[in-house]
Design a binder for this molecule. Structure first.
Ligand code: ZN
Length: 640
């Protein structure tokens, strides 16, 4: 049987979209509930439980995919709201399912003999999920876990809300706008007292710290930024750490980091500490080299300066990049016309991975600017469909991310994925081109891993500290002069010069050692806070800053209160760097003189991407590299 992609209604067909949402959320959720009933009705020990478990998750995955995508991209606010409420229904269903003692008992009784490796992996994953939820605990413990789980959600929400709502405004002299771009200056009118207001919002603070030549004003703005949500989040965070710790210990773990790390590549809490210290060690030579350059540059403005603090970090990094590498962003943009970049991306990934992307111009979508493509293997077999939704509009998700529309399952449904970004319609910044390649890496992963029998293995179904590695690796193709020459051409059709790409790369890489150390400071706050539950969070944060960061902290600042990632990443902020280490190792298998060499690319496609969650990420990487992953390539890159 040939599978077909979903047929979507035309963008302006309101009723059509309502029934599509219903058909892709409420209907599969009802089906999942019926399948759970069928599971409970089985005799204990029936192997069919695992098949029903898979059926249930196909339905649940469909409900999550459609609700989460449409709540973020559909132009009609009423439909977005309906999708959001469908997503809450799916969440409630899943929470109740993982505490369902009967469903757990049917799976726990499945005989293991006769199961193949895939089925065993699905079974073990399901049982582990149930145990991590606490389903096998006595009533009193389960009740306490329920209370703790709810309290954790409330506290994490409050932590984020205080950061969002806690925006502050500082006033600095109008002369502090010296060095800032014209549109920024225009957007900051001078008050009667000769000052301008700078808020702690990112688009306000970030350019100010990067470009303002006024060191005192930078310090004032930075101090306000570092005091976001102080003092209210100090208490919230202390309780959040205690709640997570109690939950983990009730479930039999030695603290929260062990609980959280169990389902990640890194495995245990102490391994996080080791990773942070190893990266810190490996980055030290590069960090000291860069820091010396930065300090020397800063001394031109401030003779005798002994050490740079965080309020100078962005400013001098930018100054050195500009003065040393002479990359003019305006000059660079001329080569990145959106339409050519989009086609270039498809050409590059098609050639690299043996795929053909065919535009489906008559496919209706939720908005006219969304482009649909069918993707097939070079032989012609259709793999799935993708949607590129790449420009901003009112009410749309405002970052860049990949969403699922359908998770592929062998013989049942084709994978369909969506890229949601917010690029301009004309010329792009090179950093946006890199973002586009990065996000497309997630989309490729989703589509290529969409042909497993078990939906648990479908798409980006790998450990959370590995998911960024394939995307971080694909970024390399957006930095290669030969690759860029294929689509980065100016109006006269001239390709971007290789020397310019070299300069761009050198500028980008300046400061990578300092950056790695800063990241390890953040990672240490995330890990140590959860492992140690320090009584004085401010004091511990300052100690960690001295130990890991290159920049001096601002005295009396409270960085941890505004560090929003403590809400979602909990003790695992290390993951970004962990993925990057593996991305560099994966990339080392490619020949940088011929990034399109087919053998290695196809091996990577089949052994890492197409494998999805069918094996542990460490095994996938080893299948591809022919050896376990190692940090050598990352360390060499740092020191280069
Ligand atoms: Zn990513």
């Amino acid at each position: 049987m040939t599978l077909s992609p979903l047929a979507l209604p035309p963008a302006d067909d309101t009723a059509g979209w309502s029934s599509l949402l219903e058909a892709r959320t409420a209907v599969p959720l009802a089906e999942a509930a019926r399948t759970a009933d069928a599971l409970r009705a089985l005799e204990p020990g029936e192997a069919g439980a695992l098949v029903l478990w898979n059926d249930l998750h196909v339905a649940l995955a469909n409900a999550f995919a459609a609700s989460s995508l449409l709540s973020q991209v559909h132009p009609d606010p009423a439909l977005r709201e309906a999708a959001e409420s469908a997503e809450q229904d799916a969440n409630r269903f899943r929470t109740a399912l993982m505490l369902d003692t009967e469903v757990f008992a049917r799976l726990d009784a499945v005989p293991r003999q006769g199961l193949d490796a895939g089925a065993l992996r699905v079974l073990d994953d399901a049982l582990r999920g149930f145990r991590r939820a606490g389903v096998d605990r006595d009533d009193e413990t389960r009740e306490r876990l329920r209370v703790l789980g709810e309290r954790e959600d409330d506290l994490a929400q409050a932590f984020g809300r205080h950061i969002r709502d806690g925006a502050r405004t500082t006033r600095v002299p109008a002369t502090a706008l010296d060095g800032l771009p014209g549109d920024y200056v225009e957007a900051h009118p001078v008050d009667a007292d000769g000052t301008v207001a700078i808020t702690t919002d990112y688009p306000d603070t970030h350019p100010f710290l990067t470009f303002s030549t006024d060191a005192d004003a930078r310090r004032t703005v930075m101090a306000a930024f570092l005091d976001l949500a102080w003092p209210e989040n100090d208490e919230v965070l202390r309780e959040l750490l205690a709640v997570r710790d109690e939950r983990a210990r009730l479930l039999g773990y030695d603290g929260w980091p062990d609980y959280d790390a169990e389902v990640k590549m890194i495995g245990t809490g102490p391994a996080i500490a080791e990773f942070i210290d190893r990266i810190t060690h490996d980055a030290t030579a590069a960090a000291e080299r860069d820091a010396a350059v930065l300090l020397e540059r800063a001394r031109l403005d401030h003779p005798g300066l002994e050490r740079l603090d965080v309020s100078c970090a962005r400013f001098y990094t930018e100054a050195v990049r500009r003065e040393r590498y002479d990359v003019d962003a305006q000059q660079v943009r001329r080569y990145f016309d959106f339409t050519r970049v989009r086609q270039g991306l498809l050409d590059v990934t098609g050639r690299l991975f043996g795929l053909t992307w065919t535009p489906v111009d008559d496919a209706p979508t939720w908005h006219d600017e969304v482009a649909a493509y069918d993707v097939a293997l070079a032989g012609g077999e259709q793999l799935g469909r993708i949607y590129l939704d790449l420009h901003p509009r009112a009410g749309k998700y405002n970052h860049a991310a990949q969403f699922d529309l359908v998770s592929g399952v062998a013989g049942r449904q084709l994978p369909e994925g969506v890229l949601v970004c917010n690029f301009g319609r004309g010329l792009m910044e090179h950093s946006e081109v890199v973002t586009l390649f990065h996000e497309f890496g997630h989309l490729l992963h989703h589509v290529l891993a969409g042909r497993h029998e078990w939906v648990r293995f479908s798409g980006v179904a790998t450990e959370w500290d590995f998911v960024e590695a394939p995307s971080q690796m694909l970024e390399e193709w957006a930095w290669d002069d030969g690759v860029l020459a294929g689509f980065a051409t100016d109006e006269e059709g001239r390709a971007i010069p290789a020397e310019l790409v070299d300069q761009m790369r050198a500028a980008e890489e300046f400061g990578k050692g300092v950056h790695a150390r800063t990241q390890m400071y953040y990672a240490s706050v995330s890990y140590r806070f959860h492992a140690e539950l320090p009584a004085d969070l401010t004091a511990r944060s300052l100690e960690l800053s001295e130990q890991y960061a290159v920049w001096a902290a601002l005295p009396g600042s409270h960085f941890h209160c505004g560090f929003g990632h403590l809400g979602g990443y909990t003790s695992a902020y290390y993951t970004y760097m962990w993925s990057l280490v593996i991305a560099k190792d994966l990339f080392s298998a490619f020949d940088t003189r011929d990034l399109f060499a087919p053998e290695v690319a196809l091996r990577y496609r089949d052994r890492v991407l197409a494998a999805g969650g069918s094996k542990d990420a460490a095994d996938l990487v080893e299948d591809f590299l022919g050896r376990p992953y190692e940090p050598t390539a990352f360390t060499a890159w740092l020191e280069r």
